[in-house]
Ligand binder design. Structure first.
Ligand code: ADP
Length: 302
């Protein structure tokens, strides 16, 4: 069945992305809580219909590591995209001062399985792997969202902040991986996975903007510098795993099958990790940080 706006009861705002707002909604006929993303696109109806048709492939993206897609519709020049509501939000806001190794391993395992599923089952390359696109729930599940399925939608999004927080592989920054057929290789996602792992371990983006004079200097560091590494206190196994992702030469990066066989993920699969407890504490810490920020803002005004 198709979802439409009349069936939805709007709830609180969950976040703002580069391209639009995400709201919590209740789908009244089924009583299912959903997350609805609004993307404003100044396009004619034919193009908007084309986007809806391209998004239809998402109905086949059913896997424990992928945020479920419920449907999309457009009103005027906005596309509304309804998906599974993930009650702990995105990992970038849960990572705090850095995620412990065992939790990082568990999150990474889900990400690799999700990326492999997209590629093997649907021939989809994610193209936007980063901690904001990794969502969690209080059950401790980890799921990917925001992968590129609609060429028309990608084309229509105003690419505003290419710089500042780039998870793009060096070859993409240099503009090489986009060959004349417009294909994008899966190994670029493996780089973004490695960079996301470092960010989750550190609690911040590994090429902090304040270290560089400008975006050009920052992108130059990604292209010409040595790849970043996990912090000192992480195990040799985890550092080796990240190094297998962050190879400057795309062909040398590990495949998903190889990553799943790496001791870092094999050890994870045999270990007990209390993910719901970690999520609980991370959500609480996030709420405290928000409260402190509000307090600080109020103090500054008075
Ligand atoms: P971006 O454009 O930066 O990738 P999004 O627009 O996808 O960001 O999402 C903005 C924020 O909304 C996210 O950081 C997350 O906190 C929240 N969010 C997005 N999707 C969901 C969802 N399915 N469930 C709960 N929260 C979500």
């Amino acid at each position: 069945f198709a979802i439409n706006m009349d069936q939805l009861q709007l709830d609180e705002e969950l976040g703002k992305g580069n391209y639009g707002t995400v709201k919590k909604v209740l789908h009244k006929p089924t009583k299912v809580a959903m997350a609805m993303k609004e993307i404003r696109l100044e396009l004619d109806d034919a193009k908007l219909n084309g986007i809806l048709m391209e998004l239809d492939i998402l109905h086949r993206a059913v896997s424990p590591e992928i945020v479920e897609f419920y449907g999309a519709f457009f009103i005027e020049s906005c596309v509304y995209y309804c998906m599974e509501y993930m009650d702990a939000g995105s990992v970038d806001k849960l990572q705090g001062d850095g995620i412990p190794e065992e939790v990082l391993a568990r999150i990474t395992a889900s990400m690799v399985r999700g990326l492999k599923f997209l590629k093997d089952e649907l021939q989809i390359i994610h193209r936007d792997v980063k901690p904001t696109n990794v969502l969690m729930n209080r059950r401790g599940q980890v799921k990917l969202c925001d992968f590129g399925v609609s060429g028309q939608l990608e084309k229509s999004l105003a690419k505003t902040n290419i710089g500042c927080q780039s998870y793009m592989a060096p070859e993409r920054i240099r503009g090489e991986s986009q060959n004349n057929l417009g294909t994008y290789t899966v190994s670029s996602d493996v780089w973004s996975l490695g960079l996301s792992m470092i960010e989750m371990a550190l609690g911040h983006y590994p090429y902090p903007p304040e270290t560089y004079a400008n975006v050009f200097a920052q992108l130059t560091a990604i292209v010409d510098g040595d790849p970043p590494e996990l912090p000192e206190h992480f195990s040799a196994t985890s550092k080796d795993f990240v190094a297998r992702c962050l190879h400057k030469i795309p062909e040398r990066r590990a495949t998903y099958a190889e990553l799943l066989e790496h001791p870092f993920l094999v050890e994870d699969s045999t270990r007990e990790v209390d993910m719901p407890a970690w999520v609980e504490s991370a959500v609480e810490a996030r709420q405290n940080r928000t409260r402190e920020q509000i307090q600080a803002a109020q103090d500054a005004m008075s």
